[in-house]
Design a protein around this ligand. Structure first.
Ligand code: C2O
Ligand code: CU
Length: 493
């Protein structure tokens, strides 16, 4: 197979960067599993009069013991709180920017109007405060929040800015799901970093050479909730993991080292009709899956990730540059009162949708410019080789698409160069087809991000307004692609 280390052919433009990447491999020691999984502070909006304050700060965090380094976080040195929001509430958010650069906060997956969405138009300058009032009007789901300032999104997220949102609609108890935060309902935020010998992760160290832009900034070291190879003590029963891929570019290929079956219960936009048993789960940047894992056998088990299969001409590459699985974290069932014993049979079926009712159809060709290796490249050979959608690089002054409020559209997404995780703001969608086939069961529910290797058709439901002043974005969620222009804007009225 091709690895970053031995990759030299077919991509002459990038040849010079390969040596740089090779030198970075294998810096951090492998998994000791001796750091307890950090559980971010839970802010339940309902318990504080629906007012939530976040402060965007810089701080210091030691990825490597004894070597603290500069990081960013939301009211924390790295990452931020988990915010629980309740359907039907109006939540007063206060976001103060204490950084020395402008930022924005985008509520990824939250269905709010364009003026509250936190896209690149809504800069919060240093020392300023943003106060959106968010009306929560969607079913239970695991969402997240992160910065979105154009050209600086990738760096700011890499420095640590990401937090989780749980939308609660009261269905957990009725469904008998694990729901005790930090005990049997765990946020699992997975990222990868390049950690230098001095313990730093500064994005400048990961200088944006052509290779980083071509396939996104990737690191050899996996972190979960901000730490390397943590261990979580769990009850010996059914545990719910809210998996969020908050990496800049890496797709995680998750499985347990004993190959046990686990159950996908929710995708980006909420519950599936029934738990879907899987042994392996691909999660691309910005995607979320809620899964149930049964630890009743009392055995310790490691979650691990395998080679990224979606690297186009680069082939399969594991985060550490090898071709093997690497450990992400470990779970140790501890004697405890088991809270939930059973995986439920049924969840909440998303409504049936039909593309027959779609108001129109559009095509979006995502081209990361370099190393186009996929068959579609011939079909679209007339397109200029640049990072952009339908041959156009992002322009904040340009509205690319006009949609009608209350309608659905079929969007055909075509990936060139490598697999791109495509995300739409302000709307949820259902996958109609992916790589020419109907979606597998765990991808059949509501989504806001989909990994497209060659081609997918999605049925997008537009139910939130967005004006020319505050349009919604759609883009590749490989953050270096997004910053480089693989993004467009739509209005909805
Ligand atoms: Cu995660 Cu444009 O967003
Ligand atoms: Cu991309």
């Amino acid at each position: 197979m091709l690895t970053r280390r031995n990759f030299t052919i077919g991509c002459g433009l990038l040849g010079s960067s390969v040596a740089v990447l090779g030198a970075r491999l294998g810096i951090t020691d492998p998994a000791p599993f001796n750091t307890p999984l950090p559980i971010p502070k839970l802010i339940d909006a309902a318990k504080q009069a629906s007012a939530v304050a976040l402060k965007v700060i810089s701080g210091r965090h030691a990825f490597v013991k004894g070597k603290p380094t500069l990081t960013y976080g939301y009211s924390a040195p790295i990452l931020g709180p988990v915010i629980r929001l309740h359907q039907g509430d109006a939540v007063e958010m206060t976001v103060e920017n204490a950084l020395d650069v402008a930022t924005t906060v985008h509520w990824h997956g939250l269905l709010v109007p364009g003026y509250n969405d936190g896209g690149p138009q809504q800069l919060i300058h240093p020392g300023k405060t943003w106060r959106p009032v968010l009306k929560i009007d969607q079913p239970a789901a695991t969402l997240w929040f992160h910065p979105h300032p154009h050209h600086d999104t990738a760096r700011q997220i890499y420095m640590g800015l990401a937090g989780m949102i749980i939308v609660d609609d009261g269905s957990d108890a009725r469904l008998g799901l694990p729901r005790t935060y930090g005990i049997d309902d765990l946020p699992i935020i997975i990222q990868d970093r390049t950690i230098d010998s001095d313990g730093s992760i500064e994005y400048e160290n990961n200088t944006l050479n052509a290779l980083d832009i071509a396939y996104g900034a990737r690191g050899e070291t996996i972190i979960v909730n901000g730490v390397i190879a943590p261990v979580a003590k769990v009850p010996p029963g059914v545990v719910r993991l809210r998996l969020l891929n908050a990496a800049n570019a890496q797709n995680f290929e998750l499985r347990f080292n004993d190959k046990r079956t686990f159950y996908v219960i929710a995708s980006d936009g909420g519950f599936l009709a029934a738990p879907v048993p899987v042994k392996q789960l691909t999660i691309s940047p910005a995607e979320r899956f809620e899964v149930l894992v049964d630890f009743a056998d009392g055995k310790a088990v490691a979650l691990e990730t395998g080679p990224d299969e979606e690297m186009g001409v680069f082939g399969r590459v594991a985060p550490d540059g090898s071709a093997d699985y690497v450990a992400v974290m470990r779970f140790e069932p501890a004697p405890n009162t088991t809270i939930v014993k059973r995986v439920p049979k049924r969840l909440i079926a998303p409504p049936l949708v039909s593309s027959a009712s779609a108001a129109r159809r559009r095509q979006f060709i995502l081209d990361s410019g370099l190393c186009a290796s996929r068959p579609q490249v011939n079909a679209h050979a007339d397109m200029p080789a640049l990072i952009g959608i339908n041959g156009k690089s992002f322009d904040i002054e340009r509205i690319d698409v006009e949609t009608k409020l209350g309608t659905t559209e079929v969007w055909e997404i075509v990936s060139i160069g490598m697999a791109h995780p495509f995300h739409v703001h302000g709307a949820l969608f259902r996958i109609v087809s992916i790589e020419g086939a109907p979606p597998p069961a765990h991808l059949a529910g509501w989504k806001d991000t989909v990994l497209v290797e060659d081609k997918a058709e999605i049925l997008v439901a537009f139910n939130q307004p967005a004006t020319r002043e505050h349009p919604f974005m759609y883009h590749c969620h490989i953050l270096e692609h997004e910053d480089a222009g693989l993004m467009g804007q739509y209005v909805c009225a």
